[in-house]
Write a protein of this length. Structure first.
Lengths: 494, 489
């Protein structure tokens, strides 16, 4: 870990003279963004070439849109989060760009199919570009408005309430206003629809983090001791249990297993980090197993999912059977190690090719190599977030950063694991890749928060002065720091 | 609190590693079984974009089907030259409706996925050339096909013509009318394909039915060749006396079986009976021969074979139950439940022409690699291996058929071409006496050195209605095909 843990950096202020000037690494970010843009443009040209489209103006249009969007994002980071981690934004840009290319590529295939059968098909890529623009606007807004992530703790319970309502709303609304393809997770508005669950994911993570920061001492010491483990008092645990139970109930009611799994995992991880007690993980997993068995006994759609998971080829012809997963596997198998080449495969055969099954399409056309690379980009994104969480000084920041980073990997695990038959398939979006406005908007908010946390982690304790007089002894500032209670908030760390 | 965070970090790492391991399993270990799963359309769709091989005739290398490059995604469009004429042979190849005919049965060669093309595929891959399909050389003689098709179409007949080389079994012509244009189904415009498909399938005349091999008809008097063969094998001679009565009572019933038109047979020998196609003697013969003997002879003509492919599948011909003497009587003149494909009817003549030995009918002469080098040639093969009748009896039957040809009306006779033939006029339908009969003609020529055997069926009397007979309607079509092969114009 090149980044010193917080006690060291605190100590550094006392001893270094002249003060350590941390590089902002904005240059690295710009270079990596350029690299991402290069990869995405190449991918785009490949699609065009393989689809035997003329290299048309659309390349320029999409390319410029991409560059403009991320150029603005980069400038915003320079201005409002100059010390932010330099790899987070490029990773996101790369994933988002590859997603756009794939969505465009599937558009081409679907348009051709539609012309063959005389139907109409509305292209998804232009909408996704628009969503990306909106998402980046939101990203900017979060960076500007949330100057310090710790201010979010003030709105912790508000976030929790809004999150729960957002989560519950589709379940309460009539199906005509909330159901798309059997999943009751939407709010349909006249001109657009949103999946409130995507936003609830962030809101509730903020709530849980706030809550745990406030109660973590009570969790550890105020309860009874059972089997050598401190159990928290029920009244301390109450809000948490209620929130978790409501989450799970609502989501089972909405038949959205993927999201409930995601929430459950995030809550578990946050509690574990806050309490440092592995017993919580064990208890949580036990609950999970019991819950899974009950859900399996109770719901036929769960049984169907499990049957499709065990052998999608056996349930291939059943209604709601393994057709989709099997087609995804056929695509992955056809792609093999090297893939068919972007634009040269047939990812459009798989239903939901540009949403749930976009990774199957990527695996088909980019092969194992490409899919592995994409997974690695996710891992880079999440570990950079995790590193920022480790380095940040406040407990809330640690919990929030850790929860958000973990949620990315968890989400990828649930959806890619479902597509590749590692775990039963549960409909959930692939962050940044799959088509869909809500997911993109929410995930850009998530990234803005991660950048904010990483900025806080790497920012020198004192604000960098406009003109840093190098040789001046920073006596005054040293005193400023001294005034603060030096290790109150580091009590639990290490 | 950094320690649990690091552990969560490790958990994230483990999750991604699990995904990677699983993706490795799917895309590396299991890749082949997923790729080759029959439900995986990807491989099939790739083949559509490959340059499909051509169908060519063994005569002058005339092309029946090839491809033209297109600028859309499928790259090549199938083109049928003279589509409707050859449709029963070629079948169709459609991106929406699959394929039929040779397009279907020789698909592996045409797409290039046949194992025999593997080495070439590999070298194509290495040299970076787009893989191409192999070609199929057909036994079809375009001159015969054209003569038969034009003759049928000129009269607006519904029916089929099959011509083959009796010595080798090579099919020289296979016509079914009315026909359809497979080009319409090969269109890359999905709507055009759909419209054509609807037009063809909704047409009451069913143009997409290959009447030559996919439909069976009562053979009528042409079936007398089988009965005559069995009778000769049982020791009868052309001079064997027969009854010339105009009708005979079906044993065990009150129904009589009549000669055509209820007339007295002009002669009273076996030879006369075949020459004038008298029903009563043949009905009686069949009754005397019995079901087993009749079935045995018929089987050696090929009737009853259920797995015949040319390599397009041929529906089986059959004699029916033959469960009573009355049934035998009626079957003896090719009625009751006897049903033959026109191809099988052609085999009756061809077998006689080839000295009693039926040859396996075959449409494919050779399989060619994309560079036109030979992959596999077709060698003549016996159909059952057992002759339907001895060669001396075949010689006798041939002479009896020559006499029959002499008594047969209809145009197209050439003084220099000696034909041996048999006509048939088959009743069918629920009210046979008032339904125009199917008109049959089967024969071969030249009688002394047979080069071509034909069978013609014109459904429901052609243009002559109830008055139609095999001689007046079908004979001239058969002769047109024979003349085309033998160069008599």
């Amino acid at each position: 870990m090149s980044q010193p843990a917080s006690p060291d950096s605190a100590a550094a202020i006392y001893q270094t003279n002249p003060q350590r000037e941390l590089p902002t690494r904005r240059g690295t970010e710009l270079a990596m963004l350029g690299f991402a843009a290069l990869i995405v443009t190449c991918a785009f040209v490949l699609v065009q070439a393989n689809q035997e489209q003329e290299l048309s103006f659309s390349i320029i249009w999409y390319g410029l849109a991409y560059l403009a969007l991320f150029g603005v994002a980069h400038l915003a980071v320079r201005r409002w989060a100059p010390y932010a981690d330099p790899l987070i934004l490029p990773s996101v840009a790369l994933l988002n760009g590859i997603g756009l290319v794939m969505i465009y590529r599937i558009d081409l295939a679907m348009t051709e199919r539609a012309t063959q059968s005389g139907n109409d098909y509305t292209s998804a890529a232009p909408k996704q570009v628009l969503f990306t623009a909106l998402a980046l606007a939101l990203f900017l807004a979060v960076l500007i408005l949330v100057k310090d992530h710790r201010t979010l703790t003030r709105y912790g319970y508000t976030c929790g309430l809004i999150g729960l309502v957002a989560l519950a709303l589709p379940a309460i609304l009539p199906g005509s206003l909330s159901e798309v393809n059997g999943a009751k997770v939407w709010i349909k508005l006249p001109f657009f629809s949103i999946q409130p669950g995507e936003f609830a994911k962030i809101l509730l993570t903020i709530f849980f983090a706030t809550f745990l920061v406030a109660k973590r001492d009570l969790f550890m010491i105020a309860g009874k001791k059972v089997f050598g483990v401190e159990l928290p008092r029920a009244r301390d645990l109450g809000p948490l249990l209620i929130a978790a139970a409501v989450c799970l109930l609502v989501l089972v009611f909405e038949k959205d297993l993927g999201t409930s799994l995601l929430f459950f995992a995030i809550v578990l991880v946050l509690i574990y980090i806050a309490t440092e007690r592995a017993i919580w993980v064990v208890t949580g997993l036990a609950f999970f197993v019991v819950g899974s068995v009950i859900a399996y006994k109770l719901f036929t759609h769960v049984q169907q999912r499990v049957a499709n998971w065990i052998d999608p080829l056996a349930t291939y012809y059943d209604a709601g059977g393994g057709y989709q997963i099997a087609q995804g596997l056929f695509g992955l198998g056809t792609g093999g190690v090297g893939g068919t080449g972007l634009g040269a495969g047939r990812p459009d055969i798989v239903p939901e090719a540009n949403t749930d099954f976009i990774t199957a399409g990527l695996g088909e056309e980019l092969g194992f190599v490409g899919l592995a690379a994409i997974l690695m980009v996710y891992l880079i994104l999440a570990t950079r977030g995790m590193r920022s969480a480790l380095a940040v000084r406040d407990t809330f920041g640690k919990l929030l950063g850790c929860g958000l980073s973990f949620s990315i990997v968890m989400q990828v695990f649930v959806i890619v694991g479902g597509v590749t038959k590692l775990i039963p398939m549960t409909g959930i979006t692939t962050p940044f890749l799959s088509y869909g406005g809500s997911s993109l908007l929410a995930n850009y908010i998530l990234v803005a928060l991660l950048l904010r946390i990483s900025d806080a982690a790497r920012r020198p304790t004192a604000k960098p002065r406009p003109k840093a007089p190098q040789q001046q002894a920073p006596l005054a500032e040293a005193h400023t720091v001294l005034v603060r209670p030096p290790s109150a908030e580091q009590g639990g760390a290490e | 609190m950094n320690k649990p965070m690091r552990r969560v970090g490790i958990a994230m790492l483990v999750m991604v590693v699990l995904l990677l391991a699983n993706v490795t399993y799917i895309q590396v270990v299991k890749a082949d079984s997923y790729r080759t799963d029959s439900r995986n359309q990807r491989v099939l769709l790739d083949e559509y974009a490959r340059q499909r091989g051509s169908l060519v005739s063994q005569f002058n290398g005339q092309v029946l089907a090839d491809v033209v490059p297109t600028d859309d995604k499928l790259k090549f469009q199938r083109r049928y030259l003279n589509g409707p004429m050859y449709a029963p042979v070629t079948g169709y190849y459609s991106s929406r409706y699959g394929s039929a005919g040779l397009e279907r049965s020789e698909d592996d060669i045409l797409t290039g996925s046949d194992p025999r093309l593997f080495v070439r595929r590999l070298s194509d891959m290495v040299t970076g050339r787009d893989p191409r399909g192999g070609n199929v050389q057909l036994t079809i003689n375009p001159a015969v096909q054209q003569a038969a098709y034009n003759a049928m179409m000129a009269k607006g007949y519904t029916g089929a013509v099959v011509a083959m080389n009796p010595k080798t079994g090579e099919i020289l012509a296979m016509v079914s009318t009315p026909s359809y244009d497979p080009n319409a189904l090969a269109s890359h415009d999905g709507t055009a394909q759909g419209d054509a498909w609807k037009t063809f399938t909704n047409d009451p005349k069913n143009p997409m039915l290959n009447r030559a091999i996919s439909e069976t008809y009562p053979p009528g008097s042409t079936f007398k060749l089988v009965v005559a063969a069995a009778e000769l094998e049982s020791g009868a001679a052309p001079s064997t006396p027969v009854s010339n009565a105009p009708n005979v009572l079906l044993p065990g019933t009150n129904t009589t079986l009549e000669n055509y038109g209820g007339e007295v047979c002009p002669g009273n020998t076996f030879a006369d009976a075949l020459a004038h196609s008298c029903n009563v003697p043949f009905a009686t013969f069949a009754g005397q021969l019995g079901a087993d003997k009749l079935r045995e002879t018929a089987a050696n003509f090929g009737i009853g074979q259920t797995d015949l492919v040319i390599p397009t599948k041929v529906v089986p011909s059959s004699l029916g139950a033959l469960d009573s003497t009355a049934a035998l009587y009626q079957s003896g003149i090719g009625q009751r439940d006897v049903r033959l494909t026109p191809l099988q009817d052609c085999l009756l003549s061809a077998t006689v022409a080839n000295g009693g030995m039926a040859m396996r009918p075959q449409l494919v002469k050779k399989l060619l690699a994309p560079d036109l080098s030979d992959l596999e040639g077709f060698t003549p093969e016996k159909l059952t291996g057992t002759p339907a009748l001895s060669s001396s009896n075949a010689q006798i039957l041939k002479q009896m058929m020559e006499a029959s040809e002499d008594n047969t009306k209809g145009g197209g006779k050439k003084a220099n071409i000696k034909i041996a033939s048999k006509t048939g006029t088959a009743e069918h339908g629920s009210d046979p006496k008032n339904t125009p009969p199917h008109a049959w003609y089967t024969g071969f020529a030249p009688a002394d050195d047979p080069q071509i055997a034909v069978a013609v069926i014109v459904e429901s009397g052609g243009n002559r209605g109830l008055e139609a007979t095999g001689g007046t309607v079908a004979a001239e079509i058969g002769r047109a095909a024979i003349n085309a092969q033998l160069g008599g114009g």
